[in-house]
Design a protein around this ligand. Sequence first.
Ligand SMILES: Nc1nc2c(ncn2[C@@H]2O[C@H](COP(=O)(O)OP(=O)(O)OP(=O)(O)O)[C@@H](O)[C@H]2O)c(=O)[nH]1
Ligand SMILES: [Mg+2]
Length: 374
Amino acid sequence: MRTEKIIAGSLQEAVEELKRTYGDNAVVLSSRIIKRHRWGFLPFFKTTLLEITVGIPEEDDFKKEVKKKYGELQAVERVKSSVEEALRTAKEMEGDGTESLGEGFSLRARRVLSRMVYKGIRKEIARRILEEACGYDIELGMLDFKEDIKTSIKESLRKSIALEGNGILRGTSKVLVLIGPTGVGKTTTVAKLSYIFKKAGRRVGVITLDSYRVGAVEQLRSFVNVMELPFKIAETPKDLMKSVDELGDRDLILIDTAGRSQHDRFRLNELKVFLDNLRADIYLTLSANLSELVMYEAIMQFSIFPVKGLIFSKMDETSYPGSVINVAYRTKLPILCFTTGQTVPDDIVMANYDYLTNLILEEDHELRPAGGSP
Ligand SMILES: Nc1nc2c(ncn2[C@@H]2O[C@H](COP(=O)(O)OP(=O)(O)OP(=O)(O)O)[C@@H](O)[C@H]2O)c(=O)[nH]1
Ligand SMILES: [Mg+2]
């Protein structure tokens, strides 16, 4: 990986320049504030700029490395075709299962039902979503979509799944805490959310409670510094109260916590001591690639906290987002946002019904080896 420096007037300018010049693969490695003379001959006209060091992957070296490690591409192709075969079989089996389920529905409604089930939505939930999206069509003599497919499904989802991406952006929350199992993407999501809220004009401050894990503080600090936001580390519950007080001039404080295994009661209770006296909206982050049962288990164990809603991370790592729909449908917990990749600050979508509808209706992602070109 080679490194380059970008000097810009603001973070937004820097991100735009980074993308324009180096494309999507470049990553921000570090940042610092520098002072420069705007007009060299006038010593008093100093301006504050941001100097960002970026890393640009050397694609050829990377490809060579992959080849060396994993052998020729043919081998990958062989694996790919057998996985595709397995998926085709699974799809056909699901098709059988939905035939009687779709009784009374038009052909196009039955197709959508099949797709929903294939994506991992439970049959009874898929049927209820479809029932709400359809009405009786006298001409057809069966149930069909009330409007076009997308609008009908979207309206149905509005009635059964709660979202609150926009409420938060409008400013309904003052302190927002992300909790959740280890490694689900809490810290990355805090960084992404800080950017979104800052861009929406809110005065944001960030606190981390994760001072145990090596590198955890630095991971978040580097992003927060780039965004020029105040950042505090709280090691005790008293520290936390003090930090929140000190950030009193901010209209939104985002708090990152250390990941806790849902099986580790002690660690969960330890976190509870921190959060018990804090007036905050607590969001549980779950990774979309967890199985549905593991999601319920995490929700149960984390229910010692007054969880206000859910964040689903790593949506890019699953082509079967049905479990996300099932969990949101059954728990009625509102979804705050979805994260869709590792890139900060871009890979995040504040929850909205268009995104949710597309998740259900879109064609399957084409299978390709990780890191492969499109
Ligand atoms: N593919 C993908 N990876 C993600 C996403 N969000 C985070 N990650 C990656 O997941 C890994 C863990 O992310 P963190 O943000 O450190 O997760 P965390 O929940 O803070 O982890 P702990 O603090 O250790 O519990 C990192 O490699 C992230 O880049 C996402 O939406 N998609
Ligand atoms: Mg973390």
